[in-house]
Design a protein around this ligand. Structure first.
Ligand code: BMX
Ligand code: ZN
Length: 300
């Protein structure tokens, strides 16, 4: 038996998304407590931090690790797509969290954190060059190249959702036109489905309707699948990815990964890579952030 004092101190992990903030106490790889609240979408970083302070356990934790949607640079958070999370540019998140929790946190992008969990204990554990792609409200991506997580000098590394998919497409929240996120995210599928159906359609309904054989629902999904597969091929050409793991509510919807796999077989062989389901679960961001702080990951 291990004495309590021999066990590693728990890490308080926090995951800030556009709709919810989750917090968990993590010891080793085990979640030993988990709490959740709605994300205050006020545009004020201080309101996010107040919500986090309300969620956090009041007892001592060894370290604090934060995964968040958006670009993280030197502990400061900026929304690339403010429609996903409205916040002031360069909000000093690490500093604000330290002032309420008393511990300087590690702060990292949510998809980058989840990629690290997938790479370490999930679908990417047998690869050295690996991409985790979450297709949810937005499209997030984290890249591991030669065993190292890429965050990028300005935190932008892996933002595959903001690569060009449709030159004449709609303007994305990031300011570019025709980003992948405007075609293949859950938000985009709902918008494009709604345009076809003439009424609001949520992504799950679009999938159900497509499964029943409805043509326009199938077309909307097929366009998203094609755009994603082409983005995967571009990323493979750029950094020679060994394997793609796909997660997120849309990514893990019935038949979606199979559709990506089938479409990728139409690519020239050199660009084809295995596409598999993510395995680290919905809490991969929390887990990955905790693992990074435990492993003394340093961002410059
Ligand atoms: C957006 C961007 C990414 C994020 C991705 C997935 C913002 C606020 N977020 O592309 O940083 O990783 O969404 O985020 O610009 P999710 O909240 O949809 O999982
Ligand atoms: Zn964009």
């Amino acid at each position: 038996m291990t004495a309590a004092s021999d066990r590693p101190a728990p890490v308080l992990a926090i995951d800030i998304g556009g709709t919810k903030i989750a917090a968990a106490e993590i010891r080793g790889r085990q979640l030993i407590g988990r709490w959740q609240t709605a994300t205050p979408r006020t545009g004020k970083g201080d309101d996010l931090v107040a919500a986090i302070a309300g969620l956090a356990p009041k007892h001592w934790v060894g370290a604090v690790a934060v995964a968040t949607t958006g670009i993280v640079r030197d502990g400061a958070l900026t929304a690339l797509n403010p429609q996903t999370l409205p916040i002031e540019d360069g909000y000093p998140l690490a500093q604000a969290i330290e002032s309420v929790l008393g511990v300087p946190p590690l702060v990292i992008n949510d998809a980058q954190a989840a990629a690290w969990a997938e790479f370490s204990v999930g679908a990417g554990r047998f690869n050295r060059n690996f991409a985790f792609v979450t297709v949810s409200t937005g499209i997030g991506c984290g890249l591991v190249v030669d065993g190292r997580l890429l965050t990028g000098a300005t935190g932008l590394a892996g933002h595959l959702g903001h690569t060009m998919a449709e030159p004449d497409g709609v303007v994305c929240g990031c300011g570019r036109r025709g980003c992948l996120e405007t075609i293949a995210s859950g938000t985009a599928l709902a918008r494009r489905g709604g345009e076809r159906f003439g009424r609001p359609v949520a992504a799950p309904e679009l999938f159900e309707t497509a499964a029943q054989g409805e043509r326009s629902a199938k077309e909307v999904i097929a366009v998203a699948v094609e755009a994603l597969v082409n983005a995967f091929a571009d990323l493979t050409a750029a950094v020679d990815v060994d394997c793609f793991a796909v997660g997120g509510g849309v990514g893990l919807a019935g038949g979606f990964i199979e559709a990506l796999q089938a479409r990728s077989l139409l690519l020239p062989r050199i660009f084809q890579r295995p596409i598999v389901a993510a395995r680290a679960g919905a809490d991969a961001g929390l887990l990955g952030a905790a693992m990074l702080v435990d492993g003394n990951f340093h961002q410059k």
